[in-house]
Write a protein that binds this ligand. Structure first.
Ligand code: FAD
Length: 384
């Protein structure tokens, strides 16, 4: 390895670009190479589920071109360059036949969408939206269409349901759970969001799954396990994400649900770090923006020579269902306590209290949503 090998960041999502920005606050000259499998355009992924509400298409959601990013951050940017392997002994990335040496390597390569294997011949009408290029393809395919079926009633499925209704599309949501956003929202808050989405015109088909997707004269028909048939022009698959671990695992780097890192974002391999959707940080896989920003700030300091551990604090999640404003700060999975609920129609305030009365988590909807800041101050941080 040469002495001049740069710091290499793989991924130009919010994790990669946030890290590069934080690094440049501390060191303007350190050579940085960023490598990405996509077009490298800078955008805010959470905004993908707000396009119709905000009247923006894929171009409107783009924030900066690759040229602008390369110039602003003083980096070398390699787009449409897919990493195929890591040689941790030789400190080199493999890009097909090419080897790219690094002094330090940061994996910020996100999570893969889970793709269901469903019978039928309509699969070219099924879209997963996990980056701006996916969104561009979806909007192009939607032109002229009127009806969208969404598989999955999690945060992303519900946000797209609200956004597409705001865009005037017919929306059917199909999911195996009996409530929306199971595992994220307590039942009364979930019921409030579902109720308001239904008021907005979204149709829910819960406790069932899609068994077949077949081409129809126009679009596709989805056959559900409960016998219903749903007609749609396009289908969004929003059934979950899985941190990208395979290449790291193949390189001998420790992985669990994500790429295993400690609070200094160090993997088990020398000089290799990870953050964002691909990382399992001190046991936590958190596919949200606030954790990755905290990680980017800490890791920038470490890379500048001051080893720094990330502190997460309390990180509420805002759910972008404007028909029912919602914020949630889930209690830790192992937390001891129970939900205490105050509800009036779709205005729900649910507090998860310990036996001693301490607030360990909350979910607020409707008019209670404004209390999120005050409640966040009561909830203990993830890392003390
Ligand atoms: P990504 O943005 O996925 O970036 C991964 C990068 O790695 C890409 O550049 C990709 O091309 C590159 N890459 C992958 N594999 C390779 C390879 N082999 N070689 C080279 N490059 C590679 N979070 C919130 O906190 N609040 C919200 O309201 C919210 N809303 C959301 C709405 C939607 C629709 C979605 C999809 C997510 C939302 N999230 C939200 C989650 C949040 O957006 C993500 O946690 C975050 O954007 C992840 O960023 P990342 O940089 O880690 O990964």
């Amino acid at each position: 390895m040469t002495e001049q090998a740069p710091i290499v960041i793989v991924g130009t999502g919010l994790s990669g670009y946030s890290l590069a920005r934080e690094m440049r606050k501390l060191d303007k000259e350190q050579p940085i190479v960023m490598v990405t499998a996509d077009d490298g355009v800078s955008y805010s992924k959470p905004m993908l589920s707000t396009g119709f509400t905000k009247g923006k298409d894929a171009d409107g959601l783009a924030q900066a071109s690759t040229d602008t990013m390369a110039e602003q951050l003083n980096i070398e940017l390699r787009t449409f360059a897919t990493v195929t392997g890591i040689d941790t002994e030789a400190k080199a990335l493999l890009l097909g036949e090419e080897r790219l040496e690094y002094s330090k390597l940061v994996l910020a390569w996100g999570a893969d969408v889970i793709r269901l294997s469903i019978d039928g011949d309509g699969f070219e009408h099924v879209f997963s939206i996990n980056d701006l290029m996916d969104y561009r393809a979806f909007r192009k395919a939607l032109a002229g269409g009127k009806r969208v079926a969404i598989m999955g009633a999690g945060l992303i499925g519900c946000e797209f349901a609200n956004d597409l209704r705001n865009g005037g599309y017919e929306v059917d949501v199909i999911a195996p759970s009996d409530v929306v956003m199971p595992g994220l929202l307590p039942e009364p808050a979930a019921a409030a969001v579902q109720h308001e989405l239904e008021n907005l015109g979204a149709r829910f088909h819960l406790e069932t799954v899609v068994e077949r997707i077949d081409r129809a004269e126009q679009g596709v028909s989805l056959t559900l396990a409960n016998g219903e048939v749903v007609h749609a022009d396009l289908v969004i698959s929003a059934v979950g994400l899985r941190p990208r671990t395979e290449l790291a695992h193949a390189a001998g780097i420790e992985t669990g649900r994500g790429i295993t890192v400690n609070r200094a974002l160090e993997t088990s391999a020398q000089d290799v770090y990870a953050l964002g959707d691909c990382a399992e940080v001190d046991g936590h896989v958190l596919l949200y923006v606030l954790p990755l920003m905290a990680c980017a700030r800490a890791l920038a300091k470490t890379l500048a020579g001051e080893r720094t551990e990330v502190k997460y604090g309390t990180m509420p999640v805002m759910i972008k269902t404007p028909c029912c404003p919602t914020a949630v700060c889930p209690p830790a999975p192992e937390a001891d306590g129970e939900w205490h609920v105050e509800a009036e129609g779709s205005d729900v305030k649910a507090l998860f209290r310990s036996p001693e009365g301490e607030v360990l988590g909350f979910a607020v909807t409707g008019r209670f949503a404004v209390e999120k800041q005050a409640l966040s101050k009561e909830v203990p941080p993830i890392h003390q």
